[in-house]
Design a protein around this ligand. Structure first.
Ligand SMILES: Cc1cc2nc3c(=O)[nH]c(=O)nc-3n(C[C@H](O)[C@H](O)[C@H](O)COP(=O)(O)OP(=O)(O)OC[C@H]3O[C@@H](n4cnc5c(N)ncnc54)[C@H](O)[C@@H]3O)c2cc1C
Ligand code: SF4
Ligand code: SF4
Ligand code: SF4
Length: 362
């Protein structure tokens, strides 16, 4: 009888990375016990050094397998019901904004994400955060940033419309801090990665379990940074990225601004050539496996839709609300509300899924 095939980095490279399935979540990088996987600026992991053939990266990758039912049972104590088919498990849904005018003025939409995280950090509900920072000549390229103070966290506000291997930051934050509780902000695929990392029987659970609070942000697509931002925006259209103060996608327009000045305003349709290929195989719009999901869709301008999913997510949210860090209205009382979230989620679920199993096979 032939020996079972060893599934290691080479297998992951072939099945996912060179197969246009990799969404650069960074989970494999986080899982590697000898730190030989590294991020590249082409939104893919690569290897530098000697692989010890342990297989942790392969079995941690959410594009190899994502047993959604198992994960939901462990996170929420139940799987989603029929009404939640397009949203995932929801305990409560609100329209929310930060009460801090400073945070609102620097954040992407309502500042809810940053305010909730800042509250969790300053109240000791988590020890640090992993969010997406940006700096240097390729400004607007997201890179995992670890913050241990609110001041550091505030330097990572606003949406960067590319993938930045965020989950790799979890491993960096955990190194030397065995009991640390991390607040991770991630795109839906990154939250999938963090959950897979924590729960894969053959993957690197130890690292994944550091994620105490996962805040997922809504996402339709993300874009190849070099192609869209460096080549199209900066080189072709002569807009220096350092001059751009905000990148936004609203009402199907891609808009770059500096203060009140509009630097670029294009139909998002024109950005199709720059979409990360792996996004065409993604069905998750609302970060269905997070503790709290946040996005602009469904709420009035300046407010964000917040879906509270887990018990700990509820604890953090209520604590932020009780202390007046955020203000909220039930989502059922605002327009367009949950029906628009469901509509967009339904559209995304028409895409082909990369994995089919809902239960772990290992
Ligand atoms: C690629 C992308 C696509 C999105 N698509 C949609 C959409 O289709 N519909 C919708 O309603 N909302 C979408 N959003 C979410 C939206 O832009 C806001 O992030 C959300 O409304 C929260 O607003 P806020 O004011 O609370 O954010 P803030 O308080 O400004 O906080 C934003 C947080 O997100 C983190 N972050 C930024 N970029 C990234 C990134 N690339 N990867 C991981 N973390 C990041 C920041 O570090 C920060 O912690 C998208 C965001 C991104 C990055
Ligand atoms: S774990 Fe994430 S970054 Fe690594 S191969 Fe899989 S999808 Fe790509
Ligand atoms: S996780 Fe294991 S199999 Fe993957 S690259 Fe690292 S050493 Fe190799
Ligand atoms: S569309 Fe899916 S795969 Fe692409 S960045 Fe968003 S969550 Fe990740």
């Amino acid at each position: 009888m032939a020996a079972p095939q060893l599934k290691v980095w080479g297998t992951l490279l072939k099945e996912v990375v060179t197969n246009d399935l990799c969404m650069f979540c960074g989970t494999c990088i986080a899982s590697c016990p000898v730190n030989v996987l590294i991020p590249t600026d082409d939104e893919r992991p690569t290897i530098k050094g000697m692989c010890v053939l342990c297989g942790l990266c392969y079995h941690s990758c959410p594009r190899i397998e994502l047993p959604v039912d198992d994960i939901e049972e462990r996170l929420y104590g139940r799987i989603r019901n029929e009404n939640e088919a397009y949203t995932g498990v929801i305990r409560a849904a609100y329209s929310v904004r930060s009460t801090d005018p400073k945070i609102r003025s620097i954040a992407q939409d309502s500042g809810a994400t940053t305010s909730i995280l800042a509250h969790a950090l300053s109240r000791g509900l988590i020890d640090c955060t992993v969010t997406a920072g940006t700096s240097g000549s390729d400004y607007w390229r997201p890179r995992p940033r670890i913050s241990r103070s609110v001041e550091e966290l505030l330097s990572t506000v606003k949406s960067k419309y590319s993938a930045g291997a965020q989950v790799s930051g979890v491993a960096d934050a955990a190194v030397g801090n065995p009991g640390s509780r991390i607040g991770l902000v991630g795109l839906p695929c990154q939250i999938e990665g963090a959950r897979r990392l924590a729960m894969s029987p053959l993957g690197n659970q130890k690292i994944g379990k550091h994620v105490k609070l996962a805040i997922g942000i809504f996402c339709v697509d993300s874009f190849k940074f070099n192609k869209l931002f460096l080549e199209f925006v900066q080189e072709k259209n002569q807009i220096p990225l350092r001059q751009v103060e905000k990148v936004d996608i609203k009402n199907n327009r891609f808009i770059l601004t500096a203060g009140e000045k509009v630097l670029m305003d294009l139909p998002v349709e024109e950005l199709k050539p720059y979409v990360l290929p792996a996004c065409s195989r993604c069905q998750d719009f609302t970060a269905e496996l997070s503790d709290i999901s946040i996005g602009a869709v469904g709420s009035p301008k300046g407010w964000t839709t917040v879906l509270v999913r887990s018990e700990f997510g509820e604890e953090v949210f209520k604590s932020a609300l009780d202390e007046g860090v955020i203000e909220s209205n039930p989502l059922s009382e605002v327009k367009p509300g949950l029906p628009l979230v469901v509509k967009l989620s339904k559209m995304k679920k028409q895409r082909q899924a990369p994995y089919v199993r809902r239960r772990s096979q290992q």
